[in-house]
Structure formats: C-alpha cells, structure tokens
Design a protein around this ligand. Structure first.
Ligand SMILES: Cc1cc2nc3c(=O)[nH]c(=O)nc-3n(C[C@H](O)[C@H](O)[C@H](O)COP(=O)(O)OP(=O)(O)OC[C@H]3O[C@@H](n4cnc5c(N)ncnc54)[C@H](O)[C@@H]3O)c2cc1C
Length: 618
C-alpha cells in the first residue's frame, strides 16, 4: 500500500491550495483528482474576485496561496470595484481566460516539489479509532496521516435541465456517490444545496452595436502583491438587459422549471439567483442586467452573467433571443442547475478539522460555500493545518479580527449555514483595518513563519513595512512654510492657503489632498515603495476611525483568549438552560468568543461560563 503524509481529495480551487500549502511546508502530499485535465477548472463564471471575494484572494496571496498569482497570469480584464468609495470596501475583480487558468494550475501542481497528482476516485475513508488512516480509491488503497476532502459539487451531484435530471458532478463529468454515502455512514449531518450556471453563447452571433461597452481599468492593478505590473491588452465586456418579453417567456414556462415544479428541493444561492428566481421574487422589476463576459482569448464562448438557468433548452433559446443584441445568438452549451451534498460546517473546528474524525479536514463547496475564492481560502487553511498536524505543531486559527478568511471560517463553524454561503464586506466587523491593500501587512509574517510563503515574498513585505515607518516619520517632521508657490498649488486643489508652517502630515489630513497631490506640493522622500506611501495615506487620513477599531478589536480578543477545555461537561452546568448546554456540547467551542457567536447562546450564559471558569481555576 502506498503511503503519503497528507492526501487531498479533489483538485478544484480548494484542493489546489490545500495541496500546494502542504507540499510547500515540506510535507509529502498526494492530490487525487478525477481528471488531471480539469485541475483548476472554473465551473461557472470566468472571473476571480469581486466584492468581499477580492479581499479573500488578497488574504490568500499574503499567506502564500496561488490564486492571485494565477489570476494575474491569466486575466484579460482588471477592475477595482467600489473605487470611488473608501479603501475599506474596495475589491479587486479580474476577468479570466478560463482555459489558460486551468493549464496554469495543472502545471503548478504537476511541478511542485513534495506533491504527487494521481487520477483516481476516492471511494471510502479508512478510519480507525475515529482517526483517518487512509483512502480507498478505484485504483487501490493509500495510507495517510491526514486527509483534506475538497470534492466541490461532485458529492452525489444531480444535474437538471428542465424536467430532465441526471447524475453528474459538473457538465460532462461524473458525480461521486460512494464518497458521499461514506460520509453519511460515518455519521456526518449533511444537507443538499443547489447552484446553477447560464448557457454559453457564440461571440460571433452576438450583435454588439447597441450594447453598452465596459472596459477594464485604465491602469490595471494586479491581484498579487508579488506581481509588479500587468502589461497586457484588456478585453471589454458588454452590457444588455432582459425585458418584458423575456420575463413573460419565463413566466409562461415556470411549470417546466425544475425549481418551480418541485423537482429541485435544495436551497439555492441567495445572492446569485437564477433568472427564473429573479422574475418570480422581484416581479416588479422591469429588467435585469446581463453582462456578456468573454471566457478567454482565442475562444468563442461568451458567459452571459445574470441569466443562470435550469429551464428547458427550447425556453433558454427563446428567452435569449428576446434580449437586445442576442436576437440571433447561438448557444454553445445550455445552462443547468445542480444539487449536491454539503456537510454541515458546524461539525468542524476553526482549523477545518472535523470534530467526528481526527486528522480529517474538509474545505470548499463541501462546507456549504459557493465560489472559487471561498473554496481556495478554506483550502489553504485546511492544507496548512493538515501539514501542522503532521509536524505535531500548534494549529493555525485565523480570527475575525485578522482577515476575511477568519470571518469566513468563523461564520461557517460557529453559525453554520442553511444556504450557499458567499463572502461580502458587510459580514466583516473590522473592515477598516482588514482591507485588501494591507493583507500582506496583516498576514505575510504568519505565512512566512508557517512556510507557506517564500522568503523572497516576505522580504518585499519587510521593505514595505520599513517604507511605511520612514514615510510616517518624514511626513510628521517635514514642515512647509507659507509661500506664494505653495498657496497657488493649494488654490488649484480648492484648499485654503497656508497662514503658518504646517507638517506634511497635517496637509495630507486635508480631504482635498491625496498622497500624489502632496508629492506635487513638496517632494517626498525617495526610495519608499508606492505601496508604502498608499498605506501612509490611509493611516493618516483614517487615523481616528482606525484607532477606534483597534480598541474594538482589543475587547473582541479578550473573549477569544479565554479558552474552554475540550472535555468540559456542559451537561453538568446547572445554571445554563438545557438548549444552551446542548448547543455548547454539540459545537464544542474552543473559547468564549466562539461560544458567544453560536446562535441562541446569550450574554448571560457567557457571563456564567466566565464565572464557572474562574471558579474552576481556583
Ligand atoms: C453549475 C455550477 C454553477 C456554479 N455557479 C456558481 C456561481 O454562480 N457563483 C459562484 O461563486 N460559484 C458557482 N459555482 C461554484 C464554484 O464552481 C465552486 O464554489 C468552486 O468551484 C468550489 O471549489 P471546490 O474546490 O470546492 O470544488 P470544485 O472546483 O468543484 O473541484 C472539485 C474537485 O474535486 C474532484 N473530485 C470530486 N470528487 C472526487 C473524488 N471522490 N475523488 C477524487 N477527486 C474528486 C474533482 O475532480 C474536482 O477536481 C458553480 C458550480 C457549478 C458546478
């Protein structure tokens, strides 16, 4: 029997990051996939990032993940969303050449030291004394110390087009039923969720003449902190809209929709509903936006973002042809819906290890999330923790004040989810200090210490930190005196004239002046990277808000630091209600902070637990 330290099941977005993290940390790792050619395949939209998701990718990059670097290598359009708003809610998004992305990830995995990739289906887990010992595959048995399961939508997947349904994990790929059955037999509580995708169109059959063109940003900002610049021609997307005719076609055919005829019973994605869902739930809306997004260079496929559907083929054609610009559009592939098995994520510790089986970790869509970014973020955390367990080291737990990844995992493991979970900036309490632009400052030291981030990348972060320090000192101690030339420059920016000498920091605090304009008023210290000056600007301009948020974080951390013993017998705590005792026993929170976020656990219960812990300590 072959032997690996860690086996990762699945080479989607979660499996890639899990496998790479383990291998980069020096652990002998095996990645199992149904098909090597589908490594890193984007099942749905040809884009990475977006509101809340861009932040996840930056966090991941800061910890040494691969997604951001791959996105930079394969993007065909870059945009910063919410660019007119504050730094706290700005998010990167890139349109991706899907084929190139998958090839890029294949190459990365196949050439990674300590990593073996094998085409095989995992059928069953080998468990002894509630601990993982290996995996039975269709090619034989393989031993391991830890396993990370990342099977995406493949677990007992059931695909729907109109009233037809068939087993499948994704279009033209088989479902994995045996592994799904095995997880149920092992005692995991499972749910079924639903997602769906839109038809793909032939770009040569679309009439773009009256559509709105959407270009990428003029000076594209790369995703990864390690990418210096992207010098590539960007490709535009186009915008069109559904209309009354489209809506009446859909309404007239709802009885043939698997969603509305009762065929699909699972819960779908609230924030990315199918077009039939939009027409029913937002009946008063006269039109819905459709973005026509190219799936890559050198291919004809266009992804009509906004019209995911599982309606029958003839209805898909009819509704498309009712939309401006798509009157003669040819469908390359029809849209479909898919139901799949999900493991209730409250059965996991924040390390993503299962509470039921030791050394077994779950990551990605299996935990109830939707999206490449959510999957990748969990993959890295699960992979790092599997590697740390092999090395007998303390686990990695990212809390809500550290990162978007911390919020994602805390939400899943303490609150759970009854519908596909997607990340948003609004889920993050401390978003003034957890931003895209400072992910490297927050997390790269951790990535470097863990071994998931390389030395060269960490050196760059150290340089940036040094630059921020020097920049802050320079602005604090450099004064400008009132002078005609300076006041003329200020007037051009609608700024009051100087009456007495002020520091550059004072000038930067003025709402009309940003760091670039400041540099035109007074030459700034040289040798400091632009990314450091950007941080200096944010720190100076938002100083009051940032300080306040750090104080909030301090009180949050107070509860997080109070550990709850793993063997605590909640049933014996008479002051707590039966419901709370049962919930605490089921969730096994690691600390009081986590306990306080379990739904139904009251502040009074937390106070009682605090008193109990104090007494127990003596
Ligand atoms: C039809 C459809 C529509 C979607 N729509 C959206 C959307 O609108 N918005 C959105 O954000 N996300 C959407 N998604 C979800 C998105 O694709 C996933 O969230 C993301 O890909 C999950 O990543 P993952 O790594 O968990 O799994 P996947 O990317 O699905 O990868 C799973 C991997 O596991 C492998 N595998 C599975 N079982 C086994 C086994 N037993 N043995 C060996 N290998 C195995 C597969 O070969 C594959 O490599 C959609 C997905 C589908 C299929």
């Amino acid at each position: 029997m072959k032997n690996f330290k860690v086996i990762v099941i699945g080479a989607g977005h979660a499996g890639i990051e899990a496998g790479l993290a383990c291998a980069r940390m020096g652990v002998k790792t095996l990645v199992l996939t149904l098909d090597i050619a589908t490594i890193g395949r984007m099942s749905c939209n040809p884009a990475i990032g977006g509101v809340g998701k861009g932040q996840l990718v930056k966090d991941l990059d800061a910890l040494g993940g691969a997604m951001a670097v791959a996105a930079d290598a394969c993007a065909i359009q870059f945009r910063i969303l919410n660019s007119s708003r504050g730094a706290a809610v700005q998010s990167s998004r890139a349109q991706i050449d899907m084929r190139k992305y998958s090839l890029y990830m294949q190459k990365l995995l196949l050439h990674q030291k300590n990593l073996t990739v094998v085409e095989a289906e995992a059928l069953k887990l080998i468990i002894k004394d509630q601990k993982i010992k290996g995996v039975i595959t269709d090619q034989g048995e393989i031993c391991c110390e830890c396993a990370v399961i990342c099977p995406g939508t493949f677990l007992d997947g059931l695909m729907h087009v109109g009233l037809k349904h068939f087993s499948g994990g994704r279009i033209n790929e088989r479902a994995c039923v045996k592994l799904a059955d095995n997880l149920k037999e092992l005692g995991f509580n499972v749910l079924r969720f639903k997602t769906g995708t839109c038809p793909r169109l032939d770009k040569n059959t679309i009439d773009y003449r009256n559509l709105i063109r959407q270009d990428g940003d003029l000076s594209p900002k790369p995703f990864s902190f390690s990418t210096k610049k992207v010098n590539r021609k960007q490709v535009p997307c186009f915008i069109t809209y559904t209309n009354k005719k489209t809506h009446s076609i859909i309404r007239a055919n709802l009885d043939r929709s698997p969603l509305y005829s009762g065929k699909i019973k699972s819960t779908g994605v609230r924030y990315c509903p199918s077009i039939e869902d939009k027409i029913v739930k937002f009946a008063d809306k006269e039109r819905h936006q459709v973005f026509l997004e190219p799936q890559g260079l050198g291919v004809n496929d266009i992804y009509p973002n906004g019209i995911s559907t599982s309606l029958p083929e003839d209805v898909q054609l009819k509704l498309l042809h009712s939309i401006a610009g798509l009157e003669k559009a040819k469908i390359i592939r029809f849209g479909y819906g898919i139901e799949h098995l999900v493991v209730e994520p409250t059965q996991l510790y924040p390390t993503l290890e299962t509470k039921l089986i030791r050394n077994l970790y779950l990551a990605g869509q299996i935990n109830g999330t939707t999206g490449y970014e959510e999957a990748a973020a969990q993959g890295l955390v699960a992979g790092v923790n599997a590697a740390l367990r092999v090395k007998n080291k303390e686990p990695l737990i990212l809390d809500r004040a550290s990162s978007y990844i911390g919020v994602l995992i805390d939400d899943l493991t303490t609150k759970g989810t009854l519908e596909p979970y997607r990340m948003f900036t609004s889920r993050v309490e401390y978003r003034l200090i957890i931003r895209e632009d400072n992910a490297d400052l927050r997390l790269s030291r951790l990535g470097f210490d863990l071994g998931s981030l390389g030395r060269k990348d960490y050196r760059r972060v150290e340089k940036k930190l040094q630059g921020i320090k020097e920049g802050r000192v320079f602005l604090k101690h450099t004064r400008v005196k009132p002078a005609e030339s300076i006041n003329a420059k200020l007037a051009r920016l609608n700024c009051p004239a100087l009456k007495h000498a002020v520091t550059l920091e004072d000038l930067l605090k003025r709402p009309q002046i940003n760091i670039r304009q400041l540099a035109k008023i007074q030459k700034l210290k040289s040798g400091i990277p632009e990314s450091a000056w950007q941080q200096v600007e944010i720190e100076v301009k938002y100083a009051g808000f940032i300080q306040r948020q750090y104080r909030d974080v301090e009180s949050f951390k107070h509860l997080e630091k109070i550990k709850l013993p793993a063997d605590l017998e909640y049933s014996g705590l008479s002051g707590l209600s039966r419901e709370i005792r049962e919930k605490l026993a089921k969730f096994k929170p690691l600390n009081l902070g986590q306990a306080s976020r379990i739904s139904g656990v009251t502040p009074a219960a937390i106070s009682m637990l605090m008193v109990y812990l104090r007494k127990a300590r003596g």
